[in-house]
Design a protein around this ligand. Structure first.
Ligand SMILES: NC(=O)CC[C@H](N)C(=O)O
Length: 264
């Protein structure tokens, strides 16, 4: 029987280190930071834990090449999911390093997963908003997504039109925006993922994930960091829990960083 690495041990050296350092922000109420750190390590980068209330966030961010804002219930989802976390000192520094709402193709790559996506919309780094699922229930399932855009730093290792399967688990997963914003997202190729087969939460135009104008900031509701390791991902034809489609997010950013010609 194949021996599996320990859950929670995100430092297990299964892949050579690329030299890149990728930070994962923890807020009070974050749940998925350890899985995100492990995904970073499995993709071949050095995982770096970041604290939301870091006393010198600019300096800390200068030491990482990219940032993941993970899932969970930051501040208990009080007020609205992500609405309090957006005021964290680390988020101010992330907004600046990422280039503000327009972004910066050479700026800090930022991936917001689920609660991280909610924090990015609340921070106005991505347009629109997340509201309660239309059926008003928490949902937890493996979800098929279509990759609509590979023109972002987090999706370039995928193929346009590719179907991937990653877990989805949330209560506030319905993506909403006004028609003008939705039309602009479509026209600018910034709809990065759409739900396939079934819209699990009533999201406008089946949108599961979007990018900022520069493509360095991406947010999505499903959880790629839970589909990076055989034995723990979604079921596939290759066997139970064998899905590793989420790994492409983390290798994509490494491809981007390598093409920039260096790391922090
Ligand atoms: N897994 C998550 O990050 C989901 C939590 C999120 N706050 C929600 O809408 O339920």
């Amino acid at each position: 029987m194949t021996e599996l690495p320990l859950i929670g041990d995100y430092s297990t050296p299964t892949t050579p280190l690329s030299g890149a350092r990728i930070g994962v922000i923890t807020f009070p109420g974050t749940l998925d930071d350890v899985d995100a750190l492990r995904a970073v390590r499995l993709a071949g980068a050095e995982p770096v834990s970041l604290w939301h209330a870091d006393a010198d966030p600019q300096r800390t961010l200068a030491g990482v090449d990219a940032v993941v804002i993970p899932g969970g219930f930051s501040y208990g989802d009080y007020l609205r999911a992500g609405a309090i976390a957006r005021f964290a000192p680390m988020m101010d520094a992330v907004a600046t390093a990422a280039g503000g709402p327009e972004g910066d193709a050479d700026g800090l790559p930022v991936l917001g997963i689920c609660n991280g996506f909610q924090i990015l919309t609340e921070s106005h780094l991505l347009p629109g908003s997340m509201v309660k699922n239309d059926h008003l229930h928490f949902i937890c399932r493996d979800q098929e997504l279509v990759v609509e855009s590979t023109d972002t730093v987090w999706t370039r290792d995928f193929e346009q039109g590719q179907t991937i399967t990653v877990p989805l688990k949330n209560q506030d997963g319905q993506y909403v925006a006004d028609e003008t914003t939705l039309d602009a997202l479509e026209a600018e190729g910034r709809v990065v993922f759409r739900y396939q087969g079934w819209n699990p939460n009533g999201s406008r135009r089946d949108i599961a994930g979007i990018a900022n104008p520069a493509g360095n900031v991406v947010g999505l509701m499903p959880h790629p960091e839970h589909a990076v390791e055989t034995g723990f991902g979604p079921d596939t034809a290759a066997g139970p829990r064998s899905g590793v489609d989420g790994l492409g997010f983390f290798t994509s950013v490494l491809t981007t960083l390598a093409s920039r010609g260096g790391h922090a």
